[in-house]
Design a protein around this ligand. Sequence first.
Ligand code: BT5
Length: 271
Amino acid sequence: MDELSAETIRAALRSECLGRQVLYQDRMDSTNSTAASLARKGAADGFLVIADEQTAGRGRLGRPWVAPRGGALLFSLVLRPHDSPLHKCPRGLDPRRAQALTMVCSLGVRQAILETTGLAAQLKWPNDILLDGRKAGGILCELGLDGPRLAYAVVGIGLNVDMDARALPAEYRATSLSNELGRHVPRLRLLCAALLYIEQRYRSLLAGAPVVEEWAAALQTIGQRVELSTAEGMLEGIAEGVDADGALLLRLDSGQVRPVLVGDIAAPGPA
Ligand code: BT5
């Protein structure tokens, strides 16, 4: 287990903005909750909140995020697209396009995993990071709105790095980088690479470049028959692609194509 601290992180940073301000604690309830409360008090774009252990880590829709102390990367970034030193973007980001922030983070983490370990992670719509078909990480993007405008976003990233994911409940179908490689994987180098590669894509997003093509190309489920659990119930069909906002385009058996922005791919459907 490698030691993380605000000092070791600052010394190893490769990014210009993300992580320049950092709050590290060995234990927090949830880095997303702490980051959101700091954002409400004015924390700047790129503020990093990171912990060795969470007592109430969460995923989407109130689901738990569980990780043993010290073996995972558990961090959140405060992002303020309308007020970023990386690129002047006074119009900010339309909250309806906020899935782009999840795309930026998953692609950055994927590149960091490749650079530091040689492993090629797959992404699963909408927010999973997979290794060999098992879940190694997830992203939780939460928004702070000021009327119709995005005041801030908090993107939280949980990644199973140096831990035995077989100790997690079997139904998670989880793995970790160290499980896949059969060796110890230090977290600090991976964290700093992730911040750099997230920042590069975040900067392009602020400059108006679309990230959706790169994201769609990294998604593992496109072209497959899937079962999708949504607020309206289960839907089944072929995952044909994603639209510019990141909604999954599901071709139903009726031939109709339905965009779904919020949901989970429950299982690959019958062939
Ligand atoms: C996610 O949600 O995948 C987003 C997870 C984000 C976690 C980070 S950690 C830092 C920051 N602070 C927080 O409090 N959260 C963020 P979702 O798609 O809803 O998936 C949640 C599901 O993943 C759970 O219901 C479990 O089935 C599974 N799961 C929980 N812990 C896991 C782990 N360590 N590895 C793999 N799967 C896990």
